[in-house]
Design a protein around this ligand. Structure first.
Ligand SMILES: [Zn+2]
Length: 63
């Protein structure tokens, strides 16, 4: 993931990365046995807007 994201609200490129605490994983909707993937969140560290989210293991969501 490239680090050229900009905040859509304040225009800052000071974007940090976070993840949900605990076991907040995203599970594929059609694969009950999957362990899912960790979700990473890009956050503007100036105003707190969530700029984007992505899963760490996108290949787990292939049909
Ligand atoms: Zn911002």
């Amino acid at each position: 993931m490239q680090n050229d994201m900009k905040c859509s609200k304040c225009g800052s490129d000071n974007i940090g990365e976070g993840k949900f605490g605990g076991y907040a994983r995203l599970m594929p909707a059609n694969k009950m046995w999957s362990t899912g993937s960790e979700v990473r969140v890009k956050v503007c560290s100036e105003c707190g807007i969530v700029v984007g989210m992505y899963v760490k293991d996108p290949e787990k969501f292939k049909n």
